[in-house]
Write a protein that binds this ligand. Structure first.
Ligand SMILES: NC(=O)c1ccc[n+]([C@@H]2O[C@H](COP(=O)([O-])OP(=O)(O)OC[C@H]3O[C@@H](n4cnc5c(N)ncnc54)[C@H](O)[C@@H]3O)[C@@H](O)[C@H]2O)c1
Length: 243
C-alpha cells in the first residue's frame, strides 16, 4: 500500500477518524491537504480550512488541493455530523446541517474532483458512510438517511466513473471511539470512558473501533491493493452488524 508520489485531500481532518487517515496516508508517503473548520496544528503538506456548508468552499476544495500539491490522486470525504432524534424531533436547522455536511458537501467535492482526477489518469475516492446507513438504528432518523444517501451515491459513482480510472468506494463503520461518539455520551450524562468500555462488550471482537481501525481500511481502499474495487460499501464493524 505504498503511496509515494500520490497526493490526497482529507475532509474532517481534525476529527477522530480524519486525523488517523491523515497519519496513515502520510506514513505511506502521500502528500496530504487537510480540510476542516480549524486545521491549526495538523501536520500536513497543505492546509485548506473552511466550512463545508459553504458551497463555494466545497466546490473549490479539489482545485485548491491541486493548486497546493500539483495533482490530486485520493479524496477522503470523511467530515460528518450526527444529529439525534426521530423525524418529529428534527428541526429545519438539523435537517440543513445533516444534509449539508454529510451529503451535499461530498457530492460537491466528488463532482469537482472527478474531472480533475480523470485529467491525470484517475484516482480513488473514499467516502465515510456508516453501518446505520445500511440498516438504521433507532432515534437518529436523519443521520441514518444521510449515511444511506452517501452509500447509494458511492455505489452510483463507483459504477459511473470506473471507466475514467476513478475508483469510488465507502467504508461503513459501526461505533468508533472518536469525539463524535464521546461527546454524544457526555451530552446524555454518561462518562465517556465507561460508556465506551460498556459498548465494547456488545461487539463480538470485544471492543469498539479505534480511529486507526477505520483509517487502515480507508488506506486500503485508496491504494492500488483495492484496484478492482468500485462502488463497494465496506462494513468495518468488529463483527457487530446493526439490526
Ligand atoms: N464515531 C463513530 O462512531 C462513527 C460511526 C460511523 C460513521 N462515522 C462517520 O465517520 C466520519 C468521521 O467522524 P468522527 O467520528 O471522526 O467524528 P469527529 O466529530 O471526530 O470528526 C468529524 C470532523 O468533521 C468536521 N466537520 C463537521 N462539520 C464540518 C463543516 N461544516 N465544515 C468542515 N468540517 C466539518 C468536524 O470539525 C470534525 O473535525 C463521519 O462522517 C461520521 O459520520 C463515525
Amino acid at each position: 500500500m505504498e503511496l509515494k508520489g500520490k497526493t490526497a485531500l482529507v475532509t474532517g481532518a481534525a476529527g477522530g477518524i480524519g486525523a488517523a487517515v491523515v497519519r496513515a496516508l502520510r506514513a505511506k508517503g502521500a502528500r496530504v491537504a487537510v480540510a476542516d473548520r480549524d486545521v491549526t496544528g495538523i501536520e500536513a503538506e497543505a492546509h485548506l480550512p473552511g466550512d463545508l456548508r459553504d458551497p463555494a468552499y466545497a466546490d473549490g476544495l479539489p482545485a485548491a488541493a491541486v493548486a497546493a500539491l500539483g495533482r490530486l490522486d485520493i479524496v477522503v470525504n470523511n467530515a460528518g455530523v450526527i444529529t439525534r432524534g426521530k423525524v418529529t424531533d428534527t428541526s429545519d436547522a438539523d435537517w440543513d446541517l445533516s444534509l449539508g455536511v454529510n451529503v451535499e458537501a461530498p457530492f460537491r467535492i466528488c463532482r469537482a474532483a472527478i474531472p480533475l482526477m480523470a485529467e491525470t489518469g484517475g484516482g480513488a475516492i473514499v467516502n465515510v458512510a456508516s453501518c446505520w446507513g445500511l440498516r438504521p438504528g433507532p432515534n437518529h432518523a436523519v443521520y441514518c438517511m444521510t449515511k444511506a444517501a452517501i452509500a447509494s451515491l458511492t455505489q452510483c459513482m463507483g459504477m459511473d466513473h470506473a471507466h475514467q480510472g476513478i475508483r469510488i468506494n465507502a467504508v461503513a463503520p459501526n461505533e468508533v471511539n472518536t469525539p463524535m461518539l464521546r461527546t454524544g455520551f457526555a451530552k446524555r450524562g454518561f462518562d465517556p470512558d465507561s460508556a465506551v468500555a460498556e459498548l465494547g462488550k456488545t461487539v463480538p471482537l470485544g471492543r469498539i473501533a479505534e480511529p486507526e481501525d477505520i483509517a487502515d481500511v480507508i488506506l486500503f481502499l485508496a491504494s492500488d491493493a483495492a484496484r478492482y474495487m468500485c462502488g463497494a460499501v465496506v462494513e468495518v464493524n468488529g463483527g457487530k452488524a446493526v439490526g
